[in-house]
Design a protein. Sequence first.
Length: 295
Amino acid sequence: MEYYVGEKKLNYKRVLIVIIMIIIILLLIIFGIVIAQNHKAKKISLEAQKRAEEEEEIMKIAIETQKKEEEERQRQKEKEEEANATGIIYLTFDDGPTASSTPIIMDILKNRGVKATFFVLHYSDENEQYIKREKEESHTIALHGYSHTYSEVYQSADACMENFKKIGNQVYQTTGEQSKIIRFPGGSSNTISKKYCEGVMTELVTRVINEGYRYFDWNVDSDDAGHAKTSEDIYNNVISGIKPGRNNVVLMHDFAENYKTIDALDSIITWGLEQGYVFRKITEETPMVKHGVNN
Ligand SMILES: [Zn+2]
């Protein structure tokens, strides 16, 4: 009897061990299945992610190609227009941005669908918005100088290069684009620089090109920084200066409260279009319009 009970106890123990082992094995199997499934799911999701990334890349390339084709079509269209036009007019505005002039000039340009070029000086945080708007509305933001003070700018060729670099950096901070189009304060033909550094312009005109810039003077002067007193003066100076069959680079200013130029602008555009001219902004492909150097 004793023996029997002992055997029974022993049997129970064995059965218990077997059950526990089965449970453990079952748990291990379940655990294994879960891990395997997880691994598979991860693999699938990784593959799906990879596929999505590849598709995104393909889409990006397709959009990029489409954009390039569209730009090329636009360029061709512009070239055709230019070939059939009386001539090309490049409106340029120096010494801005200013709160009183720049936005009104941009309003007029926008209204007429005309792109122009702004040769900018160092600007305050409040005026940064006008640079942003110039970019948004696809005008060319070109460099005039961090300073316009001749005694500083033309102290030496190094000082002038630094002056372009500094305004270039400020524009880059605002737009994320490095502008390579410049206009010397006073133009490359200025004689004022002689007072501060003999021969500086002669050195600068080759140096800026060597450093990757393209510089633009003008061949039509509105004289709005000089003798022009009224919007009629500006209008007459501009339309009498513009010549058919060439690139007309018109010098104007968006310095503060330049209302005489602002008031003439719309009429100048109307006149140009009626005469069969096209209006363009300066780009890196535009042939340089240069004065002769006098220092
Ligand atoms: Zn200037």
